[in-house]
Ligand binder design. Structure first.
Ligand code: FEO
Length: 402
């Protein structure tokens, strides 16, 4: 085994044995500017269990961390909380290495894992309420269907009050520090919010339902051990649960984002005048030109905003490509409780503005006005209309807040 990686003890007979991906910068369209981790955990009782595995290329790192605690063949069970390949890619090699008695997963997990690795994979299906007695340690399973895949589930370690929560409460942050309170809190909160916005926002209603159900499960949490980024403990636990409630509710906010791209500066001028109007109305505003803002950062900004103004020039009778890319990404997030408007410049045909207006309405964003357009270059009158649109957006935001 060509790795010197070591396990890290997180509780008595519980170890982190995951992998750190320092170099990843693009996680299928999500900009992971601070890298990521793929967390796996080892729980030792009379029987020993590995909770989740890692992305396939990180198998050696995980295997070395396991071997620093016990020979891999000493593991009796594997739990697969989530079938997505960043946590199950190394599963076949891990099964080969360990030779476990059983591999536990949800019913949908069995379907997903067999479709990835073949029908002969030997899996034991568990459901909410099932318990695994390890002798000295007890694990319960809680299915969390569609948070964020059909197979997703949590595992709860009773004796140590640790919730292995797979993607939930996670973040893409490569770190050798294992706990949230060991890392700059502004970084941890920013990355947790970006992760929520880009992975969980479309399932916000289910998140709210789960948060409502949690107290009735009667579980206390000493750690939320996610599959990405640091483990939450102490004050971090109520903090992240409360933030999840806030993000899932997508509460009205007195803040607008103005997203646009531009060819020769005309749509940019319109964007700036709209922003000036929003600011003059007393609301917070942020300009997000697409030539310098990644789509996954824009979705994070959207989570915190009550209004979205989208601008595009018309290019070849269509929306500008960067704006079309963003729209395609945004539509899947089903944002809630937003107002908005479309704007843009054109030379002779002007289709982009109509397409943008239709897209905004399709996303169920409440349009505050007819779309604003200008021919070639915005006149003083055009910019005054943009300024007024900004003021209208601000007024509507304030009305919603009151
Ligand atoms: Fe981290 Fe849904 O996988």
């Amino acid at each position: 085994m060509r790795s010197t990686a070591q396990a890290v003890k997180i509780a008595e007979n519980v170890y982190w044995v995951g992998a750190i991906d320092w170099g990843i910068r693009d996680f299928h369209g999500y900009s992971t500017s601070r890298g990521s981790t793929y967390n796996a955990y080892l729980v030792l009782g009379d029987k020993n269990v590995l909770v989740d595995t890692v992305k396939a290329p990180f198998f050696d790192e995980m295997a070395a961390r396991i071997a620093s605690v016990l020979p891999p063949s000493g593991i009796d069970y594997i739990i697969s909380n989530h079938a997505e390949m960043d946590h199950s890619g190394a599963l076949p090699k891990t099964i080969e290495l360990i030779g476990p008695e059983k591999v536990f997963c949800s019913k949908n997990g069995a379907d997903a894992l067999k479709r990835h690795f073949g029908p002969n994979l030997d899996l034991t299906v568990v459901k909410t309420g099932d318990k695994l007695d390890l002798g000295g340690k007890t694990i319960s399973f809680i299915e969390t269907k569609m948070l964020h895949w059909p197979d997703s589930m949590f595992s709860y370690l009773h004796e140590d009050r640790i919730l292995f929560s797979q993607d939930a409460f996670g973040m893409h942050l490569a770190t050798a520090k294992l706990f949230d309170d060991e890392i700059d809190s502004s970084i941890v909160e920013a990355e947790a919010e970006k992760y929520y916005a880009n992975i969980l926002m479309p399932y916000s209603d289910l998140v709210l339902k789960l948060l409502e159900q949690l107290p009735s499960l009667g579980l206390e949490f000493k750690m939320l051990a996610t599959d990405h980024g640091p483990i939450w403990r102490g004050k971090g636990i109520p903090k992240i649960i409360s933030l999840y409630g806030k993000w899932a509710r997508q509460e009205a906010s007195d803040r607008a984002i103005i997203i646009f791209d531009t060819m020769w500066g005309s749509t940019a001028k319109m964007a700036m005048s709209i922003a000036d109007g929003v600011a003059a109305g007393g609301s917070d505003v942020k300009l997000l030109p697409l030539n310098s803002n990644h789509r996954s950062d824009i979705v994070t900004e959207l989570l915190d905003s009550g209004a979205i103004a989208l601008g595009s020039p018309t290019l070849n009778n269509n929306i500008f490509p960067t704006v079309a890319d963003l729209l395609c990404y945004l539509k899947g997030f089903r944002p809630k409780n937003k107002i908005g408007a479309a704007f843009g410049s054109y030379g002779w045909s002007g289709e982009a503005i109509k397409l943008l207006d239709a897209a905004i309405k399709e996303m169920k964003v409440d349009a505050v006005s007819a779309p604003l357009s200008c021919k070639y270059v915005p006149s003083r009158d055009d910019l005054a209309k943009c300024f007024e649109l900004g003021k209208t957006i601000s007024q509507r935001l304030k009305n919603k807040k009151s």
